[in-house]
Design a protein around this ligand. Structure first.
Ligand code: WQD
Length: 342
């Protein structure tokens, strides 16, 4: 059975990828420190797949703990590395927390890959590496620009570290540059589970709709876009999970064009914040309480992907549309109280 190590596998995208891996016949092993996820996520994975993956609670910045783990567990066909802090705003307030965590954990993984000759790495990157693009849609050749936040900078630096390591140590790596992951598994048994107040738009919307929050504040409607609000390329988390399995198999089947490849994982379509809110109201039948507020520092005006490279070379294409994404996010929000003792 192909064993795959999934760091951050109890998290939002990680848990959906673990489900996709199991359904594709892999045996994922999860490393997670549960700093931004809950162990009950394992129940959801088990209910969906009938299998409960091996789980180890480890902080990846603890070098000794990571070394001890790899000394007894290293027969992996590949590693999918999600574990990182990802709140843009928090990274601006606490840059060193982000650099030490996101880069420290990556280095511990890469050094153990070298020691134990683990060959393949899928890295969780982000469209944030493109900053405010000069041209849209962005391709993988679009310039990597100065990050708008330390969070984004850790993704840029991580890609550079990985690329250097692939050149020297002959490991294979694929960096997946996510656009905006939203939605939840169709079972509504796993989904986005922010511990504490959410930063991202969709959990803010669904928590407002269900009454956990008083309102949605739209961070600015005076941008140079058709309705004045920012535009993003939202992608269903299950489409994103599938991309990770396809990327892993690309390396296992020796299909790579070079040892380091990066792919834009988006839909190619951009939607504004106000369009998202209107779509939510249409789908849920819930009138959202929202107001227009000030712009949020660090926000780019608009970004969406040119997905032709991922479609034609990686062989992956998003299937879900905005309505199914939002419908699944709303079903998940409504199911949370049944799954977790609030
Ligand atoms: C989307 C839009 C906000 C909240 C970041 C990272 C990216 C990825 C996803 C991790 C923006 C607006 C939001 C709110 C709002 N990170 N908004 N009111 O900032 O595009 O991307 O998260 O996976 O790498 O950069 O996502 O969901 O925070 O914001 O108006 O209460 O919604 O201004 O235009 P973002 P987001």
């Amino acid at each position: 059975m192909n064993k795959v190590l999934v760091t951050g596998g109890a998290g939002y995208i990680g848990s959906h990828t673990v489900v996709a891996l199991i359904e594709s016949g892999y045996a994922p092993v999860i490393l997670d420190d549960l700093s931004n996820s809950r162990i009950e996520v394992m129940n959801g994975i088990e209910k969906i797949t009938g299998k409960r993956p091996e789980f180890h609670k480890i902080n990846l910045t603890d070098r000794t703990a990571v070394d001890v783990f790899f000394n007894t567990h290293h027969d992996f066909d590949g590693i999918i590395h999600f574990a990182a802090f990802k709140a843009v705003g928090e990274s601006v307030e606490q840059p060193l927390k982000y650099y030490s965590n996101n880069l420290g954990s990556l280095l511990n993984i890469l050094e153990n890959m070298e020691i134990h000759r683990i060959k393949n790495l899928v890295f969780s990157s982000s469209c944030t590496v493109y900053g405010e693009p000069d041209q849209l849609p962005v391709t993988e050749k679009s310039p990597i620009k100065k990050a708008e936040s330390p969070y984004g900078n850790t993704k840029i630096i991580s890609e550079q570290i990985i690329e250097d390591q692939t050149t020297i140590k002959k490991i294979n790596a694929i960096s997946l540059r996510y656009f905006n992951p939203i939605g939840a598994h169709t079972s509504a048994l796993i989904g986005e589970l922010p511990l504490g107040p959410p930063n991202n738009l969709i959990p803010v919307v669904t928590q407002t709709a269900i009454g956990k929050r008083e309102k949605v504040v739209v961070f600015g409607d005076d941008y140079p876009t058709p309705d004045g609000s920012c535009i993003r390329d939202y992608i269903h988390v299950t489409d994103l999970a599938t991309a990770h399995v396809i990327a892993l198999e690309r390396m296992l089947n020796h299909k790579q064009i070079s040892n380091f490849e990066s792919f834009n994982i988006g839909t190619g379509t951009g939607y504004s914040v106000l369009e998202v809110l209107n779509t939510f109201e249409k789908i849920s039948g819930v009138k959202l309480n929202y107001e227009i507020g000030k712009r949020r520092p660090g926000d780019v005006i608009q970004i969406f992907a040119d997905t032709s490279y991922a479609n034609n070379v990686l062989g992956w294409k998003a299937k879900e549309n905005l309505e199914t994404m939002i419908r699944s996010a709303w079903a998940w929000e409504q199911n949370i109280p049944k799954l977790f003792k609030e």
